[in-house]
Write a protein that binds this ligand. Structure first.
Ligand SMILES: CC(C)(COP(=O)(O)OP(=O)(O)OC[C@H]1O[C@@H](n2cnc3c(N)ncnc32)[C@H](O)[C@@H]1OP(=O)(O)O)[C@@H](O)C(=O)NCCC(=O)NCCS
Length: 195
């Protein structure tokens, strides 16, 4: 029977993914949460003060919990406890065993493959431990870096949802990508043969 598991800390070669804590507010604000270049691709506004960042963490801890079908992670680099970004698996549908991904990273940390690494670890949790059947993600058409992360993590292009969100630039189209459990198992098997 499907069950939502407690959140566990995830490790990759270069990163640790752990739950947020209220004490992360200052670092979140400095690193990604106040940055308009990050918020440009999100449906939320950048935090204007550290108090806003604290409030965002409060929301994560209150309204986006594993019991509610959300696994929200702070991304930290090995040897540092400071969050440089956020990745979440959420909107988990317990009847249909599906979920969605959202992620964002400090501009200073972008372009190093970190998000590919973080999302891959979360997919391993989603399929290997939670036993989901489908994980999907979407991004604005004007966000090719995000689409590329999805591709590199094994998500397949499914199409375009036209005018889905009223974003900062008006109604916007989104690319949809998804990976099924069978895709993930195939990818893992192929990777294990190439090590
Ligand atoms: C999208 C985002 C998470 C990517 O994080 P990242 O750690 O830099 O991603 P990675 O380094 O793992 O991979 C990025 C890939 O996109 C590619 N890329 C970057 N900018 C690109 C562009 N303008 N056009 C095409 N590809 C681009 C990179 O070359 C890389 O692909 P490669 O390894 O084949 O060269 C980061 O840019 C970000 O936080 N952006 C702002 C928030 C956001 O857009 N969140 C997603 C909302 S859907």
């Amino acid at each position: 029977m499907f069950s939502l598991l407690p959140q566990e800390i995830l490790h990759t070669p270069r990163l640790t993914l752990r739950p947020f804590r209220m004490e992360d507010a200052e670092a979140n604000f400095q690193n990604w949460d106040s940055n308009p270049k990050v918020a440009e691709f999100m449906l939320w506004d950048p935090s204007k003060t550290v108090a806003d960042s604290r409030e965002r963490i409060g929301e994560f801890l209150r309204d986006y919990t594993p019991e509610q079908g959300f696994y929200v992670y702070a991304i930290t680099q090995a040897g540092s406890d400071e969050p440089i970004g956020c990745v979440m698996l959420g909107w988990i549908d317990s009847d249909h065993h599906s979920g969605e991904l959202v992620y964002m990273l400090s501009p200073a940390a972008q372009g190093k493959g970190y998000m590919t690494e973080a999302v891959s670890a979360l997919l391993d949790f989603a399929f290997g431990k939670l036993e989901l059947n489908r994980v999907q993600a979407d991004c604005f058409l004007r966000n090719p870096a995000s689409a590329r992360v999805m591709q590199k993590c094994g998500l397949l292009y499914e199409g375009i949802m036209r005018g889905l969100y009223l974003g900062k630039e008006g109604y916007e189209d989104l690319f949809v990508y998804a990976i099924l459990r069978s895709d993930w198992e195939f990818k893992k098997e192929r990777e294990s043969k190439h090590v």
